[in-house]
Write a protein of this length. Structure first.
Lengths: 196, 196
DNA sequence: TTCATTTCTTGATATAGGTCAATGTCCACG
DNA sequence: CGTGGACATTGACCTATATCAAGAAATGAA
């Protein structure tokens, strides 16, 4: 599991063996069965997770009991409720669970801070990472406000084709903010367009 | 202008006078008339801006020439295209302009990095800031995907009542992803509800 | 393999919100 | 002060997408 984490980091900065060893002491490896929760709404988020195998998702439940998927996290992605983690009083509004049998590395806030102090490159990489996410979120906001359901689906396919292939359609619909029925119809329409 | 920046920082960390003086060397003060651009689509973003007076906004233009407002930035807010700034090759997809006569402090990437090296508290504060924004963006995504136009309007009023009062309605509509006509009707409906 | 459960598809119908067009209101600026 | 241009309101109509309902297909456990 840790080798995945190492090579993830080393796409940007080389680690000494000492650094890598130190890193390993900070994470808690954990296997998760499909459907198992890392965290539920109302809990206080304790850990952020780096996914080394499988796929997790985070979602919220609206007042009508409907799920809205916020993020998918396959291998090499981070998933966490940073808000609740950073603010140990705030209860999380997110559920996070595994949608495949998965393996994750957990890290708590204190360890994460230790990591940033000890390996300054990590702090930089981390900051760049959240900045990039921020930009991606802005794009998603704009497209959710202005693009049609089909356009949003196409964008997703283009950007995350690997994810699209491994998740059930109704989850993708939830992520895109459309009903499963509409997604089904869009796909049908698209496939007929291609044939002509 | 700089005193606004100072007190903004000092809500979290006290600055020595030396630190404050150093800080001042890194920012470029600039006055902006209503309607003036800080940056246009296609340009390479050079500066991030801290608003000390007035209000700016960032927006994208879609393929049909329609504007979609991404962010408002009144006093004490940052506004920038971090993506294009961090990646000096990438052309920005954003317009940023002043919607009131405004005053801003500009900072380029190099200076920002110098600031983070020199005042480590700044780095931490900055990271926490973008993390918080991230969480806010997630909320906006979920609500844009699942809430009705009226709900989104109400949320905005609750969260940013001061902004709501000073911007033109059609800009708020653009931010919320609804047409100006719909916003007008929602407001009418809400006011009649209150009277009953 | 078989049965049960979950997921996907399809049709019929309803509705939130968009678009277009006309009118009303309010300033800013000569 | 008037008046032109931006902004807001209102009405009529239209369309994308939701919802409800039923059946088909896929998946997986025994």
């Amino acid at each position: 599991m840790f080798d995945i984490l190492r090579s993830y980091f080393e796409t940007k900065n080389k680690l000494t063996d000492d650094q890598f060893e130190f890193m390993q002491t900070l994470f808690i490896p954990r296997k998760m069965k499909k459907g198992e929760f890392l965290q539920r709404e109302g809990e206080i988020a304790k850990y952020g997770a780096f996914v080394t195998k499988g796929c997790l998702r985070s979602y919220v439940m609206d007042t009508k009991g409907k799920e809205h998927i916020v993020q998918f996290a396959p291998e090499n992605w981070w998933i966490s409720d940073t808000e609740s983690m950073a603010n140990p009083l705030s209860h999380s509004r997110y559920f996070i669970d595994a949608i495949e049998n998965s393996e994750v590395l957990l890290i708590d806030l204190a360890s994460q801070e230790k990591l940033m102090e000890t390996i300054p490159e990590f702090a930089i990489q981390y900051r760049q990472g959240i900045q990039k996410r921020n930009a991606a979120k802005d794009k998603r906001i704009v497209s959710s406000l202005s693009a049609t359901a089909e356009e949003r689906y196409q964008e997703f396919l283009k950007k995350y084709s690997t994810i699209a292939q491994r998740i059930p359609q109704h989850m993708l619909a939830s992520y895109l903010g459309i009903s499963p029925e509409t997604l089904s119809r869009i796909r049908k329409q698209m496939s007929s367009k291609k044939i002509i």
